[in-house]
Structure formats: C-alpha cells, structure tokens
Design a protein around this ligand. Structure first.
Ligand SMILES: [Zn+2]
Length: 374
C-alpha cells in the first residue's frame, strides 16, 4: 500500500513543495537496510527500564512542594514516580532526572533506536514529513512573508525544509546530533545542534517560534518559554503543542512515558504560558495546542484555574485501568480497527479486478478511510 496523503490535508499548488515531491526523496537503500535493523532492535530495547536517581523538585509552575503521587509505572511497566501539584495541578516526574541523567537517557535511547545507522528510520522520516506538511497547512496563515521563524526541537528538519521551500526564513534547534546532521545533509537546513539553553539568538529578532511536542521533554519548561519569549519581537507568536494528559482516547496504562517529564492539561499549559509573558491567541486549539502572542509583560494573576488540582485528582481517580477495560471504549476501538483493516483489504481485492469502474469506487473508499485516520 502506498502512503497516500489524507485528501483534506493536501496543500494547494501555490507553494513550491508538493507532498509527492517531498515523499519521493526516499533514503538510500543502505540507509533503509541499516535502519530497518535498528527499528527491529529498538522494538525490544525501548521497553528496557531506564534507571535514574534524580532529585526531588518543587513545582516548576507555582513553586509548591505539596504533591500527591498519581503514577508509579511508565507505559512499559517500569518504575516511574509521577506527582500532581496541589497548588496548580501540574503533573510531573518527581524525583526528576538531573541534566546529566537526561543527557545519558537520550544518548542511550538514541543508540538503541539508531544503532550505527546515521539517519532516522524510513518509517520515522515518512511520519515526520507527513506531519511537517500538515503543520505547514495549519500554520500558514500565521507565517510571516518576511521575517524569521525558529522551530525548537526540529528533529529531522522536515518542517524547516517545508517552510524554506515556501520562501520563509526558517531555522531549527535540535539537541540530537544525528537528527541535526541528517537535516543538514538531506535538506541543507540551518539547524543549530544543541538545546534551547545553548543557542544564542538575539533578543527581539524572531517573528514566530514553533515548539511541537518538545516542551514535555524539558526539565525546565517555564524557563524554556521565558527564553523563547525573549527571542520574539513584541507581538510575535509562539505555537506550542504538547500531549494532553486528559485526552480521553489515551489508555490509563499508557499515560506516562519516561521521556515526558511533564504531563500538561490545557489549564496547566495556559497558566504556564501566562506566567512566561504570553497572551492566549483566539486561534488556539481547544486542547493542549496553543497559539501564544508575546505580551508586553507577564501576567501577575496567572493562576486562573485554581481548581485544576481538584479537576485532575478527580480525573486520575475516575479514569483507571479497571474502569477503562470495563467501559466500551477499548472494544469499540478494536471493532473500528478491524473494520478499517477489512476496508483496506476489500479495496485491494477490488483493485485486482479488471473492471476499472468498480476499482475506482473501492479506491475512493480506501481514500476516505485514510482521510478519517489522518
Ligand atoms: Zn504547582
């Protein structure tokens, strides 16, 4: 089966990058073979426990030290202590791994994932490219015709590449050296190799910063937001998206991941943004995807959801594994998955028939199915 683009996401042909041209740039056969091996190995190694001593921390958002434990395991069953702050409802790993331990984790994690391969896996590349094009479509009305865009956590550089192909001066910041090197080699994209702390960007020089699913990995997300705030011109924009801990489609046992040091809901993300000096733009999504505008000064009354702790305590006590498996959700999900698989198989069978008219109908159904999934 090919990697069809969800029809609703297809960019208009005004830009210089089409999905087809981006996807045609496939990795060399050598890269594919070595990264397939890496992909296979990582299936076994990524569930291995990562042990760290860490340090007990006060809450990054409100400074409070009254916390209650809401998780003792990660999604692979390894020990991971997660707490809920009674002051503001921020959910985070505590003890928190130290800077050195985080560095070690990423080194080991990426060694496990890429084992001698000098590039991300083909599967990851395709996923990243599709994501980059979808993100470009979502954000294009905010993109400055002239001006500077910075993508924090640029990964393999796909989003930076899509922006630059459409005439926008974009750069990336990526702490993983293999990814940064891949981005430079494949796209000639300007990527600063390092963390947000290491990069020197002149204050008030940037029009738009994007941080897509990176904030939850940082040890100091509030400090990171402050730094991004300093890069932006007055009125400049920050697009930030993180996983939503309250997402009802997420299974309770899959809730916590060792790499996610913070687990936001909309309220805690909004409050952190206010505290860092941003105003919430009406273009923000309804979940944990926000469009933020640099405000002249940080809000002093940022604690606008004082009941967030109660709300999340209720959520954690109600949404347990036991309740989840007693509810119709997992079974409905399984039925949907089976139906989808059946549709794809039926479409493949129809395609094999000589009657072009029938095949067209079946392919249409498969495209519809693909669209729903995207
Ligand atoms: Zn707090």
């Amino acid at each position: 089966m090919g990697f069809a683009f969800p029809a609703g996401r297809r960019p208009e042909r005004t830009g210089r990058v089409s999905p087809a041209s981006l996807l045609r740039r496939t990795p060399a056969p050598g890269d594919v073979a070595s990264s397939l091996v890496a992909d296979f190995r990582s299936t076994f190694t990524r569930t291995l426990p990562y042990r760290f001593v860490g340090e007990l921390r006060a809450c990054e958002l409100c400074g409070g030290d009254r916390h209650e434990v809401v998780g003792r395991r990660d999604r692979y069953g390894n020990r991971l202590r997660t707490v809920l702050c009674r002051g503001c409802g921020l959910v985070f790993t505590n003890p928190m791994p130290t800077d050195e331990e985080v560095d070690r984790f990423y080194e080991r994690h990426y060694r496990n994932l890429y084992h001698g391969a000098y590039a991300p896996t083909p599967k990851a590349i395709l996923k990243a490219r599709r994501g980059a094009l979808a993100r470009y479509e979502d954000l294009r009305r905010f993109l400055p015709a002239t001006g500077r865009v910075i993508d924090v956590g640029a990964g393999s550089g796909d989003f930076v590449h899509v922006l630059r192909s459409n005439g926008i001066a974009a750069e990336g910041i990526e702490p993983n050296r293999a990814f940064a090197a891949y981005a430079r080699r494949t796209y000639r994209a300007p990527i600063h190799a390092g963390g947000w702390q290491d990069v020197s960007i002149p204050p008030e020089s940037v029009d738009l910063v994007t941080a897509n699913h990176v904030l939850e990995h940082f040890r100091n997300p509030l400090a990171a937001l402050w730094r991004m705030h300093s890069w932006l011109k007055t009125g400049g924009l920050l697009y930030v998206a993180v996983p939503d801990i309250e997402n009802p489609d997420r299974t309770p046992y899959g809730r916590f991941h060792v790499a996610h040091l913070y687990n936001f809901n909309r309220a805690s993300l909004v409050m952190m943004a206010l505290r860092a000096g941003f105003a919430i733009d009406p273009a923000s999504g309804r979940s944990t995807d926000l469009m933020l505008r640099k405000a002249p000064q940080p809000a002093s009354d940022w604690l606008i959801f004082p009941d967030n702790h109660e709300r999340l305590a209720r959520f954690f006590s109600r949404f347990t594994n036991r309740r989840y498996f007693l509810s119709p959700t997992p079974y409905r999900r399984w039925v949907r998955r089976m139906a989808r698989l059946g549709g794809v198989m039926a479409a493949a069978q129809f395609r094999a028939l000589p009657d072009a008219g029938t095949a067209g109908v079946a392919q249409g159904a498969a495209v519809d199915d693909e669209r729903k999934r995207g």
